[in-house]
Design a binder for this molecule. Structure first.
Ligand SMILES: NC(=O)c1ccc[n+]([C@@H]2O[C@H](COP(=O)([O-])OP(=O)(O)OC[C@H]3O[C@@H](n4cnc5c(N)ncnc54)[C@H](OP(=O)(O)O)[C@@H]3O)[C@@H](O)[C@H]2O)c1
Length: 232
């Protein structure tokens, strides 16, 4: 396995495993205390990545919010927020998305895409992002090796379903932070923690549960997945 960052997958679901619902509004699964925990976890990472579906649906800023954490990062010689990263196959990203327009305090966002989409995306995004050829089709191992080459030692992957499924199926996740919200979504077509696929932890090969933490009305489950990542 090529040198790659330590990969932390962080997400929240309903009791029935949904990442979102079908309403027009963004579904808030967590509470303020847990959002603050996520902010602290972000502040410890070098980069945060979401799929293009999450960019389109949630329009996240992917920034560290706490002024103290931002200042602490800067005192360590880092940017106030981690590098922002996304990936797309079709290239349908809006240049007005917050991942591109939020304050440039973390360097240019990175967009990984297939070789065939590089030219179109560079034209579409102009100077708003660095567009990186990740193979055709995109090779997640190559993407991670490229991030490592840019100094990323710890990557936080924050969704959505498609990205979770691929990273887990490829054995590229070292740690999972799963928050369960105390309600059901109950929609058959809602995005789930993972879609179908061959996942590395099955009943015969269980993950390691390293922490259970109650955070007001949600619960955080922390699992580790033994991998060959050199940056444990
Ligand atoms: N509860 C939570 O913690 C949480 C966190 C994040 C997201 N979500 C939810 O998750 C949902 C989005 O999930 P999703 O599965 O639709 O989208 P997603 O995983 O965020 O993004 C999927 C998109 O990413 C690109 N992509 C993924 N794998 C790729 C690959 N190997 N090569 C190239 N491009 C690739 C493709 O973009 P193109 O289509 O542009 O080609 C693909 O359509 C939203 O409802 C969001 O609210 C929830």
């Amino acid at each position: 396995m090529a040198d790659r960052p330590y990969v932390l997958l962080s997400c929240g679901t309903s009791i029935d495993g949904c990442l979102d619902d079908g309403s027009a509004e963004r579904l808030l699964l967590s509470n303020d205390a847990d959002f603050d925990r996520v902010d602290a976890a972000r502040a410890e990472c070098d980069a945060i990545m979401v799929g293009a579906g999450t960019v389109r649906r949630d329009d996240p800023r992917l920034q560290v919010r706490s002024a103290q954490r931002r200042a602490a990062r800067e005192a360590r010689g880092l940017n106030a927020s981690p590098l922002r990263v996304t990936l797309t196959a079709r290239g349908g990203l809006d240049p007005a998305a917050r991942i591109f327009t939020a304050a440039q305090e973390a360097g240019d966002p990175l967009v990984y895409c297939p070789s065939s989409a590089v030219g179109g995306l560079r034209a579409r995004l102009g100077g708003l992002a660095t567009v990186v050829d990740a193979g055709d089709p995109v090779d997640l191992g190559r993407l991670l090796a490229d991030l490592r080459g840019r100094g990323v030692r710890r990557l936080m992957v924050e969704g959505g379903e498609s990205v979770h499924t691929q990273f887990l199926s490829a054995g590229l996740v070292d740690e999972l932070h799963l928050v369960i919200a105390p309600f059901f979504v109950g929609e058959a077509r809602a995005p789930r923690l993972v879609g179908g696929g061959r996942l590395p932890r099955d009943p015969g090969r269980r993950a390691t549960l390293v922490e259970v933490r109650r955070i007001e009305d949600v619960v955080l489950l922390r699992y580790t997945f033994p991998t060959s990542c050199p940056h444990r």
